[in-house]
Design a protein around this ligand. Sequence first.
Ligand SMILES: Nc1ncnc2c1ncn2[C@@H]1O[C@H](COP(=O)(O)OP(=O)(O)O)[C@@H](O)[C@H]1O
Ligand SMILES: [Mg+2]
Length: 275
Amino acid sequence: MTRANGRPKIEVQDVSHWFMQQQTGDEVHALDAVDLTLRQGEFVTVVGPSGCGKTTLLNSIAGFIKPTQGTLLCDGKAIKGPGRDRGVVFQDLAILPWRTVRRNIAHGLEIAKTPKAERDERVAYLITLVGLEGFENHHPHQLSGGMKQRVAVARTWAADPDVILMDEPFAAVDAMTRLTLQEELNRLCLQTGKTVMFITHSVDEAVFLGDRVIAMTARPGRIKEDVKVPVPRAERDWSRYNTDPDLKTVTEHVLSLVRSEHGEQERAQHAEAVQ
Ligand SMILES: Nc1ncnc2c1ncn2[C@@H]1O[C@H](COP(=O)(O)OP(=O)(O)O)[C@@H](O)[C@H]1O
Ligand SMILES: [Mg+2]
């Protein structure tokens, strides 16, 4: 069972964004009329060709950028900037090399001036949750890529945000570790009931993790299709994924959506190059 209870947590309404290119003065149309609702407890994955505006969408929800047009709501209230209710996990791990595992995870809580006893208890809980027991006093350079990614995840979870925004967090870890991290993340999200938006360029990852997969068009990014994944998240692991005919059908469908947009993008780039 997922904990999605139907209440809208994040609402993206008719959001469009243009970036001004500093050197040329040209405008890049990054997002076009995006409508998307993340419901409480839902895990929504986003796929689309590189440069289609996925990160722009995530940054808008995080409050890092204000889109040119449209409305963004969290719990029905306008998103005006970053907030503790929304945590972000980036691809290039935002962990500090000079801090131990324990102190990296505690960092946000130190900033928030959480009392030490409460902080220690929370950090210990998170270390167990992400399987880093015994590594509390290690520094990042003493850890494998997968362990560093666990630190980054635990660091974001530490502040206990309702919403977690993840931008290709596992893109840089090796393939075997990634399988484990994906299964762990699925479990962690179910256990803690977080609402998640997870960007990836891997269709397998998107289908494996998502309640829904949002396939975006080539730039300007629009929602091409919102695809529901049939098997409950609680029943997912990679062996199920590899043998379940329904998951296979959905994966093939999402793959065809992404490939058709990739073709569009190549054609557009070719047209620009020969102009
Ligand atoms: N700060 C910026 N200034 C100008 N253009 C940007 C900026 N950030 C992103 N872009 C452009 O906007 C488009 C969408 O970018 P992005 O959201 O990063 O795509 P994605 O994450 O899907 O790869 C790209 O063409 C990118 O070059
Ligand atoms: Mg991106």
